[in-house]
Design a protein around this ligand. Structure first.
Ligand code: SAM
Length: 270
């Protein structure tokens, strides 16, 4: 336990570096630190803008707990809607395969699968669906492995290190593709907050000059894969969403808003 004076010190430090939710986080820190030495380390980390999720090694997403470290993006609250949109797709469509491309911590596919196994959320069987997660980063893959084990899904979700979906065998399959790929245009990336730029992996954020290099590449790979049909749900940056939509202009597309009413998601059907 730490005393009130220390709690005040935590709140003051969080406020000084601009933590938006400093009251909640100060409570978490209070429960996390065991002694003065721990506290000093946490306060120093916070002063150097290290995100709280990396300090404690976990993040909450879709009411679940995920292990995180500097090799994966901290799951963002806005991405939770991508999971809800994916759940909705199971109402009318039978998928053979679900792919979470650029899985990072694994938060999207793990939350989806956890939800689909709840009878209150999904009535049908998911036994014959092949669930796959891919990422190009070996370091991210080892974080996903830990999360799959932690959520007891390591025998169900197949994890592959690869460039997007390039090596998957999708011929004649009806595929749901979920993608929160790096989408921040490089110039915008350079101006990001210190807590993001200095701590989160660049490979998870920088989407190239126009922010769309990965979505363009993904479409090329979809076309080559020989799949029968696909539904792609992707997350992108509000300022480039129309350009992202334009990549998929030959297909049926729909733009959807995030929690802050910003156009952020695209559903593409082909
Ligand atoms: C924006 S992060 C999203 C992580 C996670 N899906 C989430 O929503 O929190 C993008 C992820 O894509 C991965 N990535 C980047 N380039 C990739 C590529 N060519 N093929 C597969 N994954 C890639 C990064 O390593 C990173 O984990």
């Amino acid at each position: 336990m730490i005393n009130l004076q220390k709690l005040y010190e935590i709140q003051k430090t969080l406020k000084s570096v601009g933590y938006p939710d400093y009251k909640r986080i100060s409570k978490e820190i209070e429960n996390y630190v065991k002694n003065d030495k721990d506290l000093e380390k946490v306060l120093n980390d916070i002063k150097s803008n290290k995100p709280w999720e990396y300090i404690k090694g976990s993040a909450e997403f879709y009411a679940l707990d995920f292990k995180v470290n500097k090799n994966v993006l901290i799951p963002r609250i806005e991405t939770e809607k991508l999971v809800s949109l994916a759940i909705h797709e199971f109402k009318d469509t039978k998928f053979d395969t679900v792919v979470d491309v650029g899985t990072g911590s694994g938060c999207i596919i793990i939350s989806l699968l956890k939800s689909l196994t709840l009878p209150t959320i999904h009535k049908g069987s998911i036994d014959n669906i092949n669930f796959i997660a891919t990422d190009i980063s070996n370091k991210a893959i080892s974080v996903v492995k830990r999360n799959l084990k932690y959520h007891k899904l390591d025998n169900i979700i197949h994890l592959h290190k690869m460039d997007l979906i390039s090596k998957l065998k999708l011929k004649d399959k009806n595929v749901l593709i979920l993608a929160n790929l790096p989408y921040i245009p490089t110039l915008q990336y350079e101006k990001l907050d210190k807590s993001v730029k200095e701590y989160e992996p660049k490979i998870a954020l920088d989407g190239g000059k126009d922010g769309n290099i990965y979505y363009k590449k993904l479409l090329e790979q979809i076309k080559k894969s020989g799949l029968k049909s696909f539904t792609l749900i992707l997350e992108t940056e509000g300022s480039i969403v129309n350009k992202t939509k334009n990549i998929f202009k030959k297909y049926n597309t729909e733009i959807l808003k995030d929690l802050k009413d910003i156009d952020r998601f695209l559903i593409v059907r082909g």
